[in-house]
Design a protein around this ligand. Structure first.
Ligand code: GLA
Length: 387
């Protein structure tokens, strides 16, 4: 890959003198969905697929960007004086947002750069290609200019840029999973205080399989923000009767005791998901540590049911992929992953069942939905690095 991107850099920007090459992963969340903006736990891991980049400092303030994933867009030019979001900037709003966010923290980017990217995360799949670009950009800026930031800061800066520059109200999970990734480990993160712990992913005789629905997200972002505000309203209602900072502070029993204060049935179900999913995540990690992969799988399945019925973020595409997976022998657990409304499912499948899984789930999906899903057997990888 390094040779390929250096060669392309040469082709696009003339030569590849004084360049450096980098990588930042994508991520998949194993369990703990829509809990990260509710003060709950998440359990994601970094993948060995992600975003590759080649960068070089410039002597002026110009920014020149090129993505091998959007070749038709050609070189997109900008400058450090123009760190404002725009439609024409397209995908470059992500790296520009991160440069802007560094500036907001008193770390002004001192000179322009040429940046070429090539990602092997399927586009728009919900495996966090945008967070991967954000963390990669932050990692390059730190390496180039010696900014005094930790990998955890890179996650926070990435999230800040996404929230305030790109105006997507996401939580911290994606950027954190990417910047703090560790080979063969998932990250058990408490989003209430950012304390975390690595947990080895030991799936003897099984692998993580991702099924990409190929459904375009469409309304996803607005529905995402809608879920967030439903949870915020439910929290405010609960706070009238119980002293909590977030829905993540509640266990199931306490929630049930006070749930009737939430005035709408819809909001009650949203809050119920946030509370129960957080507790499921805590239990799932405990099960994994005790080598009880079967219990981990059952909790993944329960997570999907809750996301489908109470949180209502699945849709026919993700439900089909998951429900077909559940029918098969050798599937330990299967659920939607990421924001939902399209994107991917994550399943733990026994080695000997993987081919049948891909064939059967793939065929059922195509016949019901009308177009094909893509399948990836993935590995858990490290955080960002210099190549
Ligand atoms: C998206 C967001 C995350 C998280 C998930 C849902 O991936 O970027 O912060 O909220 O959705 O768990």
């Amino acid at each position: 890959m390094k040779e390929l991107i250096l060669k392309k850099f040469e082709e696009v920007f003339g030569d590849s003198k004084d360049t450096k090459a980098y990588f930042a992963p994508g991520r998949v969340n194993l369990i703990g969905e829509h809990t990260d903006y509710n003060g709950g736990h998440v359990f994601p891991c970094a993948l060995t697929i992600g975003t590759y980049g080649v960068a070089r400092k410039r002597n002026d303030n110009k920014l020149r960007f090129y993505s091998m994933n959007f070749e038709k867009l050609g070189v997109i030019e900008s400058s450090l004086e123009d760190l404002v979001p725009s439609k024409e900037a397209d995908w470059t709003n992500y790296p520009k947002g991160v440069m802007w966010a560094f500036g907001e923290r008193g770390m002004k980017v001192p000179c322009g750069m040429d940046l070429l990217l090539n990602g092997n995360i399927p586009n728009g799949s919900g495996l966090s290609s945008s967070a991967s670009v954000e963390v990669l950009t932050g990692f390059i800026l730190r390496d180039f200019f010696g900014f005094d930031v930790t990998n955890q800061d890179l996650a926070l800066i990435g999230q800040y840029s996404e929230n305030h520059f790109n105006k997507v109200n996401c939580g911290i999970m994606d950027q954190f999973a990417i910047s703090m990734g560790k080979k063969n480990n998932a990250i058990f993160l408490d989003t209430a205080d950012l304390s975390y712990e690595y947990a080895p992913i030991v799936l003897e005789g099984a692998k993580i399989v991702i099924a990409c629905s190929n459904k375009k997200r469409g309304l996803g972002d607005s529905k995402y923000n809608e879920r967030r505000s439903e949870c915020e309203t439910a929290l405010a209602e609960l706070q009238q009767v119980v002293k909590i900072n977030s829905l993540g502070d509640l266990d199931e029993n306490t929630f049930e005791k006070f749930a009737s204060i939430i005035k709408s049935d819809v909001r009650r179900r949203r809050a119920k998901h946030a509370v129960y999913e957080n507790q499921r995540t805590i239990r799932a990690v405990r099960a994994l540590k005790a080598n009880d992969v079967a219990e981990f799988g059952r909790l993944m399945n329960a997570s999907h049911v809750s996301l489908r019925d109470d949180y209502e973020v699945t849709g026919i595409e993700l439900d089909t992929l998951v429900e077909e997976a559940w029918k098969l022998e050798g599937v330990i657990g299967s659920r939607m992953t990421g924001a939902g409304f399209g994107g991917c499912t994550v399943s733990i499948v026994k080695d000997e069942a993987i081919d049948t899984f891909i064939e059967k789930v793939g065929a059922a999906y195509k016949s019901k939905i009308g177009y094909a899903a893509d399948f990836y057997v993935v590995e858990v990888g490290d955080g960002p690095c210099i190549l």
